[in-house]
Each structure stands twice: as C-alpha cells, then as structure tokens.
Design a protein around this ligand. Structure first.
Ligand code: FES
Ligand code: MG
Length: 571
C-alpha cells in the first residue's frame, strides 16, 4: 500500500512536524476515520455543485461514484467545496468570476493535504478555472465533467440550450408563437441536468480537455444522466489513486504540443471562440504562450468535421452515440502530436489505439469531406486590432467576409440597448455595427455581447446578418459575421474606441485584416480626448483586484500576477 505523503505535506506552519500530524489526525478522527483509513493515498475531490448550478446538479452522484473508485483502488476520497459558476446566474459575467474560481481551486488544493485531486466541473467557465488552478497547484489532477444534458423535444422538433433559446425567442418576438407555446418550449430547452448540449463553450471545453489529455478517453460526451457517466466517475477515481503513486502532475500532460492538439480539436469541432481565451489562460499558467498567428495557421489546416449546432445540426448526445471525440481525433490524427502523455499514463496515440474500433456514423465527417474546409476561425489584425481579433468564419455569411462599410457606433452595452431598435437610427444593411467598451475591463468582464442584434427596422426588411465588431465575446451557441475579442480593448485606449459614426471600416477576412480608414492625425486627435482607462482606484474587494490586473483576450484574460514568465510557445 502506498503511504500517504499528503498528510505530511506543508507542515511548516506548526514548526513541529510531529505535532502537526498529531493535530490533523485529531480533527480527521472527529470525521470518523480510523488510522487504517488514513494510511492511504488521499484523493481530494473538488466539488463544484451548487443549488444555482443545474449544469452540475448530478455531482453528488458522481462524487459517490468517484469515491467508490478511489476506495476500490485503496485510496481515501475527500470531497471539498470551491465556488461554482453557472452562466445564467453569474453577475456581471461568468468571465469576471472565472479567475476567482481558479484562485479558489489553486489555493484549496495547495492548502489541504492530498496526493492527487479529481476536478469536477462542466459549465462554461468551470472547466478552465479548474485546470488553471490545478496547473498552478501542481498536484496530480484528473478532470471529470458532469456531462451534456439530453436534447428536448417540442411538437416533433428537437431542442437544446441555448442555440434554440435564441431561435424560439426570436419567433416569439415576431409573433409566430403564443405565450402558451413559448412556455412549452421553455420547459424543453434544458430538459435534464448537465451542461448545454450544443457545441457551446461547455461542450467545446469538454472536448478540448479530453484532447489535452486531462480526462479519461471518451469522457467528454457521455450524457450527464447515463449510467456510463457514473462508471466513468468510478474509473476516474481508480485512476486518480494510480496517478498519485506515479506523481503524474499536470505539467507533464499540459505541454505546448498538447495545447496545439486541443486547439485543433476546438477548430475541427467548430467550437466556441471562448475556448481560445480559456486555452490561452490555461497554457499561460504553465508559462506557455499561445500566439494568435499560431492559431490562424492551425485553423487554416484544420477542417470542421463535427455536425453539431450551431454550425451543424446535432446535439452532444448524437456525438456520444457516434463514438464521442475518438473518431474525430482519428480523422485529424495526421495533424496531432500523438506522443503527448495523458492522465491514463499512456500517450494520446496509445489511447486512440486502445479505443473501440470505428463504425459507420454520420455526425463526424471524414477529413476529406468536411462541413467547412476554410478554417472555423480566422485571426484578424490591422490598425483597428493591433493585438488581434477573431472571426468565426464557419458561422458567418460568406458574402460578408470581404466587406467595406460605414461604421454605426454604440458607446457601450447601455447605449446599444437604448438605440438599436430606434426607428430613427441611421443604419443600412451595408453598415458595420461597432460596439465599444465591452472588453475585459470596459464592461467589465467581457460579456457575451458580441452578438449585436440586427436593428429591428432592418430585421423587418428581412436582413439576417451584418458585419458586427466589438471587444466583447460571443456565446459559442451564436452565429453571424461577427468580429470579436478586438485587442487592445476600447476602454484602455485601443483603436476600437476611436471609431466614430460614418468612418469607413474594411473587413478582409481572406487577407486577415481589419482596418479603420481614418488618417493617423485624426486618430491621434481623437485619442487625446479619450477618457482614462478604468482601474481599481477608488474601488475595493474583488472588483479592485480584477480591474487592476486582468489581461487582454490574447493573454486569456487571466490576472497578470497569476501568469509565470512565458518561456515556451505552441509548436
Ligand atoms: Fe451551463 Fe450552458 S449554462 S453549460
Ligand atoms: Mg455559453
């Protein structure tokens, strides 16, 4: 039996190491453990369940199953709470809180004795926060997600949060659905516990972390309510005990090559743009830089293969029935570094070899017959985005990807809300909608507001899409010709803040440029009139910490003090 090193870690606080163990044992005996129980590897289990979090509401079951797996392997499981973040109940934004959760995870793993840790999460920001924290803490760690919810059904049509939330709400606003009908739809959009079942941020991050090697193979797609999800939890517990003995720490798994594999997976899945920010933040914790030009290069080589909403048709349960992530990884295997180590103790290539054999299915397309071949996302630069911007071209209108138009500028989210549907708004379908002050510091919290609504009077003319530009993010469940993550953001002096109504903006997606056709002298004069960047001055608590230290999108919006020196980049 492996002796626990956990009980003996970090004992300097009491000076006398023997007394420290004696004291800890007294309290642990109060919990009802015998000496025999304690003389084993201790496996911490990060519990992110909360009464506010439907995406995690199966965690009590998963903790029970993971604990059983730990005990079957001779370890002792100790669940402990950290904060929980659910997208719909996180004010001002879940992004604002992600780093708080990462700090909570890191410090509680550090503070408490454990030889390995099981990370439980699922909803959008929780998976990156768990990996960021665990990567910084450096204790052997394995991730288990809650699993996707099942799709709902309304009058013969399949539904899922939240791509269909937008679609049906639009139909209700247009008078196509009655109060009774929209209420029926509302009951079916999230019919079970688990994370959103479209290819939104949660599904994207589940696939990305499986490809990273932080989760057991097949772990991303199993629905939250399936027995297989509980069996995975048991196996995760068993594996965590072995990882403790092997001292298999996150830095051995989270290498530059593994992040490249994860980026390819996100792109091949047609995943959420949010994943680029989260992967940059996760990599940053290990001193690994993810440069935007590298992402663009990877995107150009990687076709979109998974047919899930919003870029395709299906839901995560369909991907599960098609074999999960493994068949897609096999399709893009020539582009992957198969030598990357994973939580199984084997390489990604060995995991793929050991997975069940392929069978005919229609959710994951062959490499030679993709859903979209031009790269799911493209990175733009130019005088409007000196540090980069992102466009999800797979979800855009092809004819708008090359477009020059007149800017219609909204100063903030509040300004947008006040004027977008104003019948007097001077706007045509060829204009470019610009929103300022919605970035990491400006909003604050970089809300998913980049999906600027089409002005009502244009909607009524049948206009479905326009070029829209902001320093905000966009929900992974949305679509349109939308430029996001413009950096530097407008609130800290980025050129996006210098755009005025009537300026000419040129989007050249093929040439990867985003230009503001205004001369430098005019821009300099406008810059001199800009208000100062928001800081923590005059504020207190977390808001102060956030505003003083949050970084821009290309650095993952992590806190500057949480990122060690960047010494490596993705291959
Ligand atoms: Fe939690 Fe969608 S709200 S994953
Ligand atoms: Mg989301």
């Amino acid at each position: 039996m492996t002796k626990s090193v956990g009980m003996r870690r970090n004992l300097a606080g009491y000076g006398d190491a023997g007394f420290s163990v004696f004291l800890r044992k007294a309290f642990i005996k109060a919990l009802g453990y015998t000496d025999d129980a304690l003389d084993r590897p201790i496996i911490g289990i990060v519990d992110t369940d909360s009464g506010y979090n439907a995406c995690h509401r199966n965690l009590p079951d998963l903790i029970e199953a993971a604990s059983r797996g730990v005990m079957l392997a001779g370890g002792i499981p100790i669940p402990f709470p950290v904060i929980s973040i659910q997208e719909s109940f996180a004010h001002p934004t879940s992004m604002y809180l992600r780093n708080l959760m990462a700090m909570d995870v890191e410090e509680m793993i550090r503070a408490q004795p454990m030889d390995a840790v099981i990370l439980l999460g699922g909803c959008d920001k929780t998976v990156p926060a768990l990996i960021m924290g665990a990567a910084s803490a450096g204790v052997p760690a394995i991730l288990l997600v809650s699993g996707p919810m099942l799709a709902g059904s309304w009058r013969g049509e399949r539904l899922g949060a939240c791509t269909d939330c937008r679609r049906f709400w639009g139909r209700y606003r247009a008078g196509e659905l009655t109060e009774q009908q929209i209420a029926e739809v509302n009951s079916e959009l999230a019919p079970t516990v688990g994370f959103c079942g479209v290819m939104g941020t949660a599904s994207t991050m589940a696939l990305a972390t499986e490809a990273l090697g932080m989760m057991l193979p097949g772990g991303a797609c199993v629905p939250a309510v399936h027995g297989e999800r509980r069996r995975l939890a048991e196996l995760t517990g068993t594996r965590a005990v072995a990882m403790a003995a092997e001292r298999l720490t996150p830095d051995q798994i989270l290498t530059p090559a593994a992040f490249t594999n994860a980026l390819r997976t996100v792109l091949a899945a047609g995943g959420s743009t949010n994943a680029l920010i989260h992967l940059a933040a996760m990599a940053g914790r290990l001193g690994i830089g993810i440069d935007l030009d590298g992402i663009d290069r990877i995107a150009r080589e990687t076709p979109v293969l998974i047919d899930l909403k919003p870029t395709g048709q299906g839901y995560m349960e369909d991907l599960y029935h098609a074999g999960g992530l493994v068949p897609m990884l096999r399709e893009i295997a020539p582009l992957l570094d198969l030598s990357c180590l994973t939580v199984t103790g084997r390489t990604l290539g060995e995991n793929l070899d050991a997975a069940p054999p392929p069978f005919p299915q229609s959710v994951i397309r062959p490499f030679a017959d993709p859903i979209f071949s031009g790269g799911a996302m493209a990175v733009l630069r130019g005088n409007l985005a000196p540090h980069g911007a992102i466009i999800k071209q797979a979800a855009a209108t092809p004819s708008l990807l090359q477009h020059t138009g007149r800017a219609v500028v909204f100063k903030s989210l509040a300004d947008l809300a006040a004027r977008i549907d104003d019948p007097a708004l001077d706007v045509t379908p060829d204009d470019v909608l610009v929103m300022q002050n919605a970035g990491p510091k400006g909003a604050p919290g970089m809300p998913e507001a980049g999906y600027i609504p089409i002005p009502k009077k244009l909607l009524q003319q049948g206009v479905k899409d326009m070029v829209r530009i902001s320093d905000a993010r966009m929900s992974g469940t949305a679509f349109g010709t939308i430029v996001l993550h413009v950096s530097p953001e407008s609130a800290i002096g980025g050129p996006l803040g210098l755009v005025r109504d009537g300026d000419t903006i040129r989007l050249d997606t093929a040439g990867r440029t985003l230009s503001l056709e205004v001369d430098d002298a005019t821009l300099a004069a406008r810059a001199a009139e800009q208000p100062p960047a928001p800081t923590g001055e005059g504020r207190r608590g977390y808001a102060k910490l956030y505003l003083d230290t949050v970084t821009q999108a290309e650095r993952g919006c992590d806190f500057d003090f949480a990122i060690p020196p960047i010494t490596r980049t993705i291959p």
